[in-house]
Design a protein around this ligand. Sequence first.
Ligand code: URA
Length: 244
Amino acid sequence: MSANRSARSQASLAQILYSQGFGSRRECMGRILDEQVSIGGQVIDDPDAVFDTEGLVFEVQGRAWPFHAKALIVLNKPPNTECSTKPKHHPGVLSLLPLPLRVRGLQPVGRLDADTTGLLLLTDDGTLIHRLTSPKHHVPKVYEAILKHPLDERQLQALREGVVLDDDPAPVRATAAEAAGEHHLRLTLTEGKYHQVKRMVAAAGNRVEALHRSSFGNLSLPPDLPPGGWAWLDPGRSFTDPPR
Ligand code: URA
């Protein structure tokens, strides 16, 4: 366990609520005085009561919230949602999360197109966003693409050996490209260029009709997470260690 994770930290209930996105300092104080907050089934109406935050679960209006110094969320992105924090044509993915997570400033880790579905990470940890999106760190992402035309060996070979995209003369190659069905391509990429899968497939002579991200590093989309559903992850988890 790292020194950071083993350090115990204490905070007042008002500070805890504020840090977890439950409104302004005044609003958090008001919720506590209004008896909206309980811990272990007991209402706590003292904003200055101090708690150990490690492993703390508190309830606000009956809903349980685990304390997270930094939040990391996995979302099963449904189609027709935008990763932008200022969406233009479709609802933003942030609108799928409860208000406290939006208030504390979660942001998508990289972007998926509006029509792409599947695994999207969101966090308020800027260092983690940088680590997971930097091409230097080579975090593999797996995409399931349904193609217009049948997939053939020549296309797979082009994707593995490298195709040239219009904005860069250097060829871009997939870490892995395999046929999961006659029209189903499974592609593993370590970068995240704009429309990368769609452009690579077009350069290889086919066309993506539907796109889904099934994994990010060692994390697969949890099978019990429905489209639009989300779940907490441990922000200290590694995405590059082999799955345990
Ligand atoms: N590549 C694409 O073309 N679109 C995505 O959403 C992700 C990767």
